[in-house]
Design a protein around this ligand. Structure first.
Ligand SMILES: [Ca+2]
Ligand SMILES: [Ca+2]
Length: 164
């Protein structure tokens, strides 16, 4: 198991890659205007642009709003991290070990596939026409930001197209 981290240090305009606490690459952004953004949702383990997927198993995925120092990063890989899930610096904290077995993101009606039937379910939920169980709510949180809302409708449409 490895801890892999990409850190964007906006104060010093640097991007650094760490593996298991050691910096393995460092590069200046060459600009003071920040990094550019893509039109894709945040994705781990796959590339929406090339459709390439990863063969790796992911145990934890975390996103911080702060450029962690090497010491802080090392601490995050321990059982008592400097910044826990409730920290103001934590934007995303996913622990795949603690997720319900078999939860297929986007499979709201739990029929084992992501299809337009799930879109109908999510649409109905957003229009207050139906209520979700906790499992359905979690399956509907496509972008994994902890809430199931209109933003996930966009992601689910993409998933349905990819799976059709
Ligand atoms: Ca389904
Ligand atoms: Ca969401």
């Amino acid at each position: 198991m490895h801890q892999l981290a990409g850190i964007y240090d906006a104060e010093n305009n640097m991007i650094r890659i760490y593996c298991d606490g050691k910096m393995v690459a460092e590069k200046a952004t060459g600009t003071t205007s920040g990094v550019t953004e893509s039109s894709y949702n945040f994705t781990i383990g796959a590339c929406p642009e090339t459709n390439r997927g990863s063969q790796a198993d992911f145990y934890d995925v975390r996103v911080y709003s702060k450029a962690l120092t090497a010491t802080e990063l090392a601490s995050q890989n321990t059982s008592s991290p400097a910044y826990g899930p409730d920290s103001k610096y934590v934007q995303l904290w996913l622990d795949f070990d603690n997720m319900a077995e078999g939860t297929l993101i986007g499979d709201i009606n739990a029929d084992g596939k992501v299809s337009s039937a799930d879109l109908v379910q999510l649409e109905g939920y957003l229009l207050n026409k139906n209520k979700f169980t906790l499992e359905q709510y979690n399956a509907g949180d496509i972008n994994g930001d902890g809430s199931t809302d209109a933003f996930d409708m966009v992601g689910l449409r993409k998933l349905v197209i990819e799976n059709s």
